[in-house]
Design a protein around this ligand. Structure first.
Ligand SMILES: *Cc1c(COP(=O)(O)O)cnc(C)c1O
Length: 360
């Protein structure tokens, strides 16, 4: 068996030990005689798996008691609609900060449900930074302020938590969720899909302050009403059981690595290997402002784009896959989530050096 270094932006690489454990437990989960996939979501076995996943998530992130943790379906793109449906709470508008492709998608979808005020945007600068807080034109009557904490395509990440006063801060954390500690109490709501740092695709995690729920728009589908799901322990409808199980194993793995502080240190070290190299060469470049560079997704381009194909082919031959940039921006992108070992990043940089010598 040969495993590659998989730089996919998502679904993404998972810790090998988690995959091995899942394989060991595939046919018979801990003496139950069943695969987790075959269990009733209402049976005691799965209820314990679900409770353990939630317990670990709460422990790792330090989620305060007045926040609900929901495991839902629909993905972060689903949440782009579900958030306004649940969070408008009688308000007519919401503020959105536009930092790239994913914020743009959130804005477009929210416009179906409310007036959207784009309170700041880095579009004019080619989405190469996070607009400084003092430039944001926030509306004190907005229902919430929405940010994308890590732009998976552009490689732009918030390394600070915006202060939005009494207006709840809402964050799409899909691609940096569980990659570092977060002060959950600074947020009204955090959401994210699992398939970047946490598990396979299929579960969407929502962490929401409990005083903000219970006022969903009447059109909200019941399965996407946070209050109904919270009252039913995320089991108003069948939850994505197997994905929740794997997420629980990944949380356990994060804990064994030393928790989120250790995860952050590991992620910083990996990102530095790649960014430091990008600083030393003009053969490759990354357009993002230094202080806003993502620890998770590192887009980079070859100055000579005609070499892109050769670069990708050579990477593939060395067991490094999924380095092609998003179709909307081109170039390369190395996604280096929690489960990417530092050896993968070192191998990539070695290859970049070799490629530059042979093609520069
Ligand atoms: C991957 C991603 C999404 C999309 O999630 P889906 O599961 O496809 O709905 C949304 N936002 C961000 C920031 C992402 O990285």
């Amino acid at each position: 068996m040969t495993r590659v270094f998989n730089f996919s932006a998502g679904p993404a690489t998972l810790p090998e030990s988690v995959l091995r454990q899942a394989a060991d437990e595939m046919l018979d989960w801990r003496g139950s005689g069943m695969s987790v996939m075959e269990m009733s979501h209402r049976g005691k076995e799965f209820i314990s798996i679900h409770a353990e996943a939630e317990r670990l998530l709460r422990e790792l992130l330090g989620v305060p008691a007045n926040y609900k943790v929901l495991f839902l379906q629909g993905g972060a793109i689903g949440e782009n609609a579900i958030v306004p449906m649940n969070m408008l709470r009688g308000h007519a508008s919401a503020d959105y900060i536009d930092t790239g492709e994913w914020s743009k998608k959130s804005i477009k979808e929210a416009k179906k449900y409310c007036k959207v005020n784009v309170a700041a945007s880095s579009e004019a600068g080619g989405y190469a930074s996070v607009p400084p807080r003092e430039t944001w034109k926030l509306d004190p009557d907005a229902a919430y302020v929405h940010i994308c904490s890590n732009e998976t395509i552009g490689g732009v990440e918030y390394h600070w938590t915006p202060d939005t006063g009494d207006v709840p801060l809402v964050a799409d954390m899909s691609s940096n969720f569980m990659s570092r500690p977060v002060d959950v109490s600074r947020y009204g709501l955090i959401y994210g899909g699992a398939q970047k740092n946490v598990g396979p695709a299929g579960v969407t995690m929502v962490i929401v302050r409990d005083d903000l729920i219970g006022q969903a728009l009447p059109i909200t589908p019941s399965a996407f009403d946070y209050k109904i799901q919270a009252d039913n322990d995320s089991m108003f409808n069948t939850p994505p059981t197997y994905t929740i199980y794997i997420a629980g194993l990944v949380f356990n793995w994060i804990k064994a690595q030393g928790g989120l502080k250790a995860m952050e240190a590991h992620n910083r070290k990996k990102a530095a290997v790649l960014y430091d190299h990008l600083e030393t060469t003009s053969f490759f470049y990354n357009p993002v402002a230094r202080e806003d560079r993502s620890l998770m997704n590192v887009p980079f381009k070859l100055r000579d784009e005609s070499l892109d194909e050769a670069f990708l082919k050579g990477a593939q031959a060395r067991g490094m896959v999924q380095l092609k940039g998003h179709r909307s921006v081109g170039g390369m992108r190395a996604s280096i989530y929690n489960a990417m070992p530092i050896e993968g990043v070192v191998a990539l940089v070695e290859y970049m050096k070799e490629f530059e010598v042979s093609h520069g």
